[in-house]
Design a protein around this ligand. Sequence first.
Ligand code: SF4
Length: 362
Amino acid sequence: MTSCAFAKTLRKKLLGWYEDEKRPMPWRNNRNPYRILVAEFMLQQTQVKTVIPYFERWMKSFPTLQKLARARESTVLKHWEGLGYYSRARNLRKAAQKIRRDYAGKVPDSMNEILKLPGVGRYTAGAVLSIAFGKKVPVLDGNVKRVLSRIFLLKENGGTRKSENILWETMQRLLPATGAGNFNQACMELGATVCLSTNPLCPRCPVKRNCQAQKSGQQSFYPPRNRAVPVTKISVSAGVLFRRDKIYIQMRKTGGLMGGLWEFPGGKFESGESAEQCLRREIKEELGVTVRIDEKFMTVKHSYTRFRVTLHVFLCRVCAGKVSPTRCEKWNWVTAEELGRYPFPSANVKIIKRLMKNQESV
Ligand code: SF4
């Protein structure tokens, strides 16, 4: 499928195009393996434009691997707040600690060793090894899969282990002997900026004369789509629970979903419940107290990969009982200003912003 001459032509065109067209990104300024590792963790599941400000802040706070390895988990999570998929942040910190302990502080440069780091899979390993160390190792993300599928009219979309392996092998065969890092980045960049999922910009594409999908007008059929995963709608109540000027917050159990992040108490509606009934029941179950609801504060809508959450937020106070939480890692009473020091999930951050705004206007 990939004759030597064809692969050579693709490499030349893609590398030349990448040299001229690559977007500036802070992690492209130098090939420091730690910087590349951080960027690749952040780029898993997240777009470049979202990652850039997080990366810049991160490098100010954790300029070296040693600094990250020594940081507290809550500090690291605070820097990740809003990026989602928080296990990436925990794994990145653990990876830094392992590198410091087992590899004398140097990011390992072999596939065997780098795959032993927490949170490092084949994609991240390929990106770090090829970009930071110049190793001839491929990467395969959603953008690369789309580019390969269209150039070669491959039916594989990476939805099964077998089809994923075919794509990895195709990419491996295309890699140049030197400059694999740039070639990998060129393929990712082409998918992100030209070979778009819908309406690819074929007239601007450096490999348009070599692309079978373009030649046959089948771009929109490649890669073949998986059946859409159904999205579940969830309704949740949360309480901003006051005791004088302090607000109750609790840390989610570590090890669970969004573990280590802080939140306002509350939970999912049960069948037939109103938002207020749900909140009273959840707080009674979680904290052992009865609350008086003062007012509806706001409604927050938030999307996760498989869920659409509607969060009904109320201002409330304890009217009977003593707060004794049972289902969280830690808990605390803090002022509205202090909320900003704790890492919260994105939906809760919207509540905090509104609380801060109200505070300013008092
Ligand atoms: S010619 Fe079009 S479909 Fe083919 S790789 Fe380029 S942008 Fe993608």
